[in-house]
Design a protein around this ligand. Structure first.
Ligand SMILES: Nc1ncnc2c1ncn2[C@@H]1O[C@H](COP(=O)(O)OP(=O)(O)OP(=O)(O)O)[C@@H](O)[C@H]1O
Length: 293
C-alpha cells in the first residue's frame, strides 16, 4: 500500500490523450489516460506495468513535464510541476531525470562518453572542478572504468551504453528517475546486472524510481509497489505475485509469462498390464527450462 506521509510525485485525476490532426482534431481527440492517479514517496521504487499502447509512456512523459495534461494535477513535493505557462522551474527539471529503452537513440553518435555525462552538468550549471574527475566518479558509480571516458559513446557495448545513460541521469543529483523500459533492450544477463546496479544506486542516493515496463518478471524483488494500467488508469496491485484476485490487465500479464521451470511431463499411462520400457524418460522429469531467471 502507498506509504503515509509526503509524496514526492503525485498525479491526481489526470486525463490526457492525443488529437488526430486536421480540422476535426478536437472532435477526434483520443483519450489515453482517464482520471489517472498515482503516488511515489521519496526514495520509493514504483513499477508501472501494462500492455503495449496502454498509456505507460504517456504517463511517463507527463511526469517529466514534456507534455501538459488535458486535466487533473501533477505535483512534485506538493507543488505543480509546470507553471501556468507550461514551464518547469530549473530546480524541478534537475529533480526528475529519465533513462529510456534505446540507449543508442538517446545519445548522439558524435559525443564521447565524457561529453554525454558532462552535458547535464553544463546545462544545470553544476560544473564541478575538475569536471573530468566528477565524470570519472559518476562512471565508477555505474561500474564503468574511467578509461572509457574518451571513447565515442556509440563504440560502447549496449550494456555499457545503458550504464552511461544511467550515469547521465544521475549527474544532476535527481530525486526521481523515470526508467522507461530501461533494461528491455538488454540481454537477460545484462538486465539482471543493470537492475542490481539500479537497486544499489537507489540505496546509496536515496533516489526514487518510476519503473515502466510490460515485463512482470522484472518487477519481482525490484519494486516496492506496483500499478497496472487498465482502461487508462493505473490500478495499484497489492500483491502482483500472490494468489489473490488481481485486475484483468495484471492477470493477462501473468498469463503471458512462460514458466521458468515448466511442470513435469504428464505421466504416460501404459496400456493395462504393460510396463514402461526402462529407457523411457522418468515421468517426473521436467522438460528443459525455457528461460533462466
Ligand atoms: N504523440 C502521439 N500522438 C498520437 N498518439 C500517440 C502519441 N503518443 C502515443 N500515442 C498513442 O497513445 C497510446 C498510448 O501510447 P503509449 O506510448 O503511452 O503506450 P505504452 O503503454 O507506453 O506502450 P508501449 O509499451 O508500446 O511503449 C497509443 O495508442 C499510442 O499510439
Amino acid at each position: 500500500m502507498t506509504p503515509p506521509g509526503l509524496s514526492l510525485l503525485e498525479l491526481r485525476a489526470v486525463s490526457h490523450g492525443y488529437r488526430q490532426g486536421g480540422l476535426l482534431s478536437r472532435l477526434l481527440a483520443r483519450p489515453v489516460l482517464r482520471n489517472a492517479s498515482l503516488r511515489i514517496a521519496p526514495g520509493e521504487c514504483v513499477a508501472l506495468l501494462g500492455p503495449t499502447g496502454s498509456g505507460k509512456s504517456t504517463l511517463g512523459r507527463l511526469a517529466l513535464g514534456l507534455e501538459r495534461p488535458w486535466g487533473g494535477e501533477i505535483l512534485l513535493d506538493g507543488v505543480p510541476l509546470l507553471d501556468r505557462r507550461g514551464r518547469m522551474p530549473p530546480a524541478t527539471r534537475r529533480s526528475i531525470q529519465a533513462v529510456f529503452q534505446d540507449p543508442h537513440g538517446a545519445t548522439s553518435p558524435r559525443l564521447t562518453a565524457f561529453q554525454v555525462v558532462a552535458e547535464p552538468l553544463h546545462v544545470s550549471r553544476l560544473e564541478h572542478t575538475p569536471l573530468r574527475q566528477r565524470v570519472a566518479a559518476l562512471l565508477e558509480d555505474v561500474g564503468l572504468p574511467a578509461t572509457l571516458m574518451d571513447r565515442l559513446a556509440h563504440r560502447l557495448s549496449g550494456g555499457q551504453l545503458q550504464r552511461l545513460c544511467i550515469a547521465r541521469a544521475l549527474a544532476p543529483g535527481p530525486r526521481l528517475v523515470l526508467l522507461d523500459e530501461a533494461v528491455n533492450s538488454l540481454d537477460l544477463e545484462n538486465q539482471m546486472r543493470v537492475l542490481a546496479l539500479l537497486r544499489d544506486l537507489r540505496r546509496r542516493n536515496h533516489v526514487a524510481y518510476l519503473f515502466i515496463t510490460h515485463d512482470l518478471r522484472l518487477v519481482r524483488g525490484f519494486a516496492d509497489r506496483c500499478y497496472v494500467m487498465q482502461d487508462g488508469q493505473p490500478i495499484e496491485v497489492a500483491d502482483p505475485f500472490g494468489t489473490g484476485p488481481v485486475p484483468p490487465a495484471m492477470a493477462a500479464l501473468r498469463a503471458a509469462i512462460l514458466p521458468a521451470r515448466p511442470g513435469p511431463r504428464p505421466l504416460r499411462t501404459p496400456p493395462s498390464g504393460q510396463r514402461l520400457p526402462s529407457s523411457s524418460p522418468s515421468p517426473t522429469r521436467s522438460v528443459l527450462a525455457v528461460e533462466g531467471d
